[in-house]
Design a protein around this ligand. Structure first.
Ligand SMILES: Cc1cc2nc3c(=O)[nH]c(=O)nc-3n(C[C@H](O)[C@H](O)[C@H](O)COP(=O)(O)OP(=O)(O)OC[C@H]3O[C@@H](n4cnc5c(N)ncnc54)[C@H](O)[C@@H]3O)c2cc1C
Length: 385
């Protein structure tokens, strides 16, 4: 286990798990967990060593998200969303002085980065924007009706997608880094939801100004295909499998307790085997996609290939569905002890949190997109890559 993973697990055991119930009940930002993650200097690990970070790879972050998901899904999701933004910054901002300077701040000050991609009028279509960058004398202004900005209030900066100019088509987008000091967030909606309540994903009318240099030089189409999409699907799937891992652990503890009480394996033991097998499938999917991403990292062509996009989309849609299935199995195993909110086997929060997975970004939208991509691809007859 790496030092970073060990430190994250310690935050999970000592802090995130202790506050998870209250974070969920009050729909509040997991401030204790983030104080601990910052104290362990885990927010800037992906920043290159040349900019004051640790140069950690995506595998480290995926492992940490999986670990945190076992203790508090909201903490894990916020950590995952932050690292998605950091990976875009690191991979596509390395050639820009402004972004390298900002990376140094992320590492030194342990800044927490949020994201404003969703927008009123385009829904969850992250590859379309209505709002646009307006440039005057080397500076920009931007106004966005952002339907959801997770932990917007507690973040230090927000990465915002927008059309390149007011004359650009909806898909000609850029992504701009906006420190909170450069923007005004006018609250439009609260976040009283079924699950992932601690992400505090309120809606805002965002207004920002800044230097043109804050815009990531690469088109957002490339940032999205090569980094944001694969990284999102990897870290999300990792934390969803973390939630499922804890559900299976609770089911296993329940079966053991029943076996001790009754002097033999209970009738539900076979279902534990089924849940464990599904979980194994989930984890294998994450690891296989991670290896595929790592192998593609050196080549923009491989990262932009249709087959790569299909593989990453499949990871997301598959993991999001399987998380709920695994937790459902665990619930059937634990029965009322899992259904109640006051036992060591409670699974309500796991199930509610996991239901967000299919919406984030909506699976129907992703499946429709994958279906279109598949029409342009031949079937791969090989088992091994
Ligand atoms: C916990 C959580 C945190 C989030 N955090 C953020 C954040 O920090 N920043 C951010 O920008 N966004 C965030 N989001 C928003 C997220 O990225 C999606 O934009 C949002 O979940 C999509 O919501 P939707 O399903 O209502 O919208 P849509 O994707 O617009 O879908 C609406 C409906 O239309 C259908 N639909 C739409 N298009 C198609 C299509 N092409 N094919 C088939 N069906 C279609 C869908 O099935 C669905 O029924 C978050 C979401 C969640 C759940």
């Amino acid at each position: 286990m790496s030092g970073w993973l060990a430190a994250a697990r310690a935050v999970g055991v000592e802090t995130a798990s202790r506050h998870a119930k209250d974070v969920d009940a009050a729909a509040r930002f997991p401030s204790e967990s983030f104080a601990a993650l910052k104290a362990a200097r885990l927010l800037g690990i992906m920043v290159p060593a040349s900019e004051g970070g640790d140069g950690a790879g995506i595998a480290e972050v995926v492992s940490i998200c999986h670990a945190l998901g076992q203790y508090c899904a909201s903490t894990a999701m916020i950590y995952a969303m932050h690292q998605i933004q950091v990976s875009c910054l690191v991979r596509h901002g390395a050639g820009s002085d402004w972004h390298r300077g900002f990376m140094r701040r992320v590492a030194d000050e342990q800044l927490l980065l949020a994201s404003a991609t969703s927008e009123a009028g385009v829904g969850g279509d992250v590859r379309s924007s209505i709002c646009a960058i307006e440039e005057v004398d080397g500076r920009f202004s931007l106004a966005k009706q952002a339907t959801v900005i997770s932990y917007g209030a507690d973040s230090d900066a927000i990465m915002v997608t927008a059309r390149r100019t007011p004359a650009s088509p909806a898909s000609d987008q850029v992504i701009v880094v906006v420190p909170k000091s450069d923007c005004v967030l006018d609250g439009q909606s609260d976040w009283d939801t079924l699950g992932m309540r601690g992400t505090c994903s309120n809606g805002y009318h965002l207004k920002a100004t800044g230097e043109i240099a804050q815009i990531i030089p690469k088109p957002y189409a490339d940032v999205s295909a090569q980094t944001m999409l694969p990284t999102s699907h990897l870290v999300w799937s990792a934390l969803w499998s973390g939630i499922a891992t804890d559900a299976v652990a609770r089911a296993r503890a329940f079966v053991r307790a029943e076996a001790r009480k009754k002097g033999g394996a209970p009738a539900s033991a076979w279902r534990l085997a089924e849940a464990a097998s599904l979980l194994q499938l989930m984890k294998s999917n994450v690891v296989a996609a991670l290896r595929q991403y790592e192998a593609a990292l050196g080549s923009e062509d491989r990262l932009s290939a249709l087959s790569f996009a299909v593989a990453m989309n499949n990871l997301k849609t598959g993991s999001s569905q399987m998380a709920v299935q695994v937790i459902n199995h665990a619930l059937l195993i634990c029965g009322l002890s899992g259904y109640r909110n006051d036992t060591p086997f409670s699974l309500g929060r796991h199930l509610r949190d996991a239901h967000s997975a299919a919406l984030m970004v909506n699976n129907d939208r992703i499946l429709a997109n994958t279906g279109n991509l598949l029409m342009a691809l031949r079937e791969d007859p090989e088992l091994l890559p």
